[in-house]
Write a protein that binds this ligand. Sequence first.
Ligand code: ZN
Length: 349
Amino acid sequence: MIKLISSLCLIVAFSACAQQNKKVASSYVSKNNDVSVSLDTTWTEKVVKSDAEWKKSLTPKQYYILREHGTERPFSSELYEVKEEGVYVCAGCKNPLFGSDSKFNSGTGWPSYFKPYSTKSLNVSADNSLGMQRDALTCKRCDGHLGHVFNDGPKPTGLRYCIDGDGLLFVPKQGKLAVATFAGGCFWCTETIFESIKGVQEVISGYSGGKETNPSYESVGGGRTSHAEAFQVYYDPNVISYNDLVRVFFASIDPTIVNGQGPDRGAQYRTIAFYTNDSEKAIIDAKIAEIAKEYSKPIATQVVKFDKFYEAEEYHQNFVKRNPNQGYVRAESIPRRERTLAKVKDLVK
Ligand SMILES: [Zn+2]
């Protein structure tokens, strides 16, 4: 379905060759975007925002490309010369769009790729503007305009995805991630806290600490299982230590409350620090010994050998991000996050 009549990218590039190539700043990853840059692979969810919301969440350059179908000047994108391993995501919705393994030097001045990251990355549609027949590319999740695709690319696809770099963010490949598991009361609250912490790539809400297989939100929340609402933190140990995660955990809870946290009561809201080896257990034990002096009541947080974690239903993942105006989120989750982050300022993204 790729019709190549003429390439705007090439035409403009010829007139722009004299321009000096811009050197890539080491901070290009999040320079233009203060939100955390991590892969958001909640593929199925369509991101729909009003024009005012897009204006607020995007930089002027990103808005011009993604929402106004703009074209950046060739060689102007900081991503043009990036050769590092990683993934290029949509600046509007973080949908992974291109892997670094498909990037090639097209000489056009626009970041170029020979294939998308996945079948969920892009939509292709006819674009007959500027007197040309071209195939326009939009992000499959947020419909943001990205560029065009032409059939003069390299093997194996023969395609050239000519992309406006200002509509992308680059997520460099990270070292192997480690996992830590905790239970700290309502998992909506704990997820948003830990996702604000440096070195944390992803937090998954779920259930742990009990015996039943495949528990559901209804069965755990209703107190009909021995599980607690829990969460797993995927973190880069080169950026944040397990010790610091434990510090954040205890800053996020009242460890003296037996079977509860905030307004939630019941064993399903008990607090647990799970360990997978002796060194993690030693770190937790040392932290408890340290904070025990700060509280008049005994520490109720359980220290439990990790066994199994069951991921919660999809609609509980990224709950605060998805439901910022929900009553509990406004009254409990967000204030709790802000209180916690104020105690661990040095670890906040
Ligand atoms: Zn998008």
